[in-house]
Design a protein around this ligand. Sequence first.
Ligand code: 6PG
Length: 240
Amino acid sequence: MHIHIADTPGQVARDFAEFFEKWLAEKKEPVNIALSGGSTPAVLFRLWTEEYQDRIDWEKVHFFWGDERCVPPDDAESNFKMADDLFLTPAGVPSCNVHRLRGELPAEAEAGRYGEEIKECLAMKDGWPVFDLIMLGMGGDGHTASIFPHQMELLKAEEVCALAEHPVSGQERVTLTGHVLNNAREVAFLVTGQSKAEKVSAILNKAPGAADYPAAHVQPTHGQLHWFMDQKAAKGVDEK
Ligand code: 6PG
């Protein structure tokens, strides 16, 4: 596991952007990556537009989403909208590289359709699609993508994408499932803020009880796992 700790959320985004630039430079073929929603990616997306627009060959990157809220693409809750407003459109990413999860369609059917699109576009290994890189966040309850603690079965689901539900609002979501997360070549968590510290230290220090948090089960079978954090989120992490 690779642990990257920075002083501020802005620096976390910078560290990830630098990592990403180097990682992409080594790739000869186009890559398939999954984006997440959340607050740290918003900082990253602005940075990509402001400082990386001409430094990175965005035609080489195909964008998917690790999860999406079941809302139209112009809804303030849409993960696509956030990425599109802050980065995809302003940075001029070609629209044929953007593989949107259609939150406006009936969720269960869209989970099936998006799973098929992913299988058509990505290489397969052990029966599951292989993302080159999946970006993830972690919520205060230990959820990641839209796999929440009350739906741990999604970690072992037999589908590429599944229907999920936010535990408080009941909002429908579509999420990548556990086998797909763990089949990626690289997985990078971007986690910031004091409210995450307790769960982060339980997961990274392998404390008893950490298994209750979905994020603890993201451990790529063949790939690399990175946690990019600010000091506040990483407060209790025992860096050996
Ligand atoms: C979403 C996410 C979700 C997110 C975490 C962390 O759509 O809600 O993809 O898994 O990454 O909730 O969000 P923050 O970075 O805002 O804490």
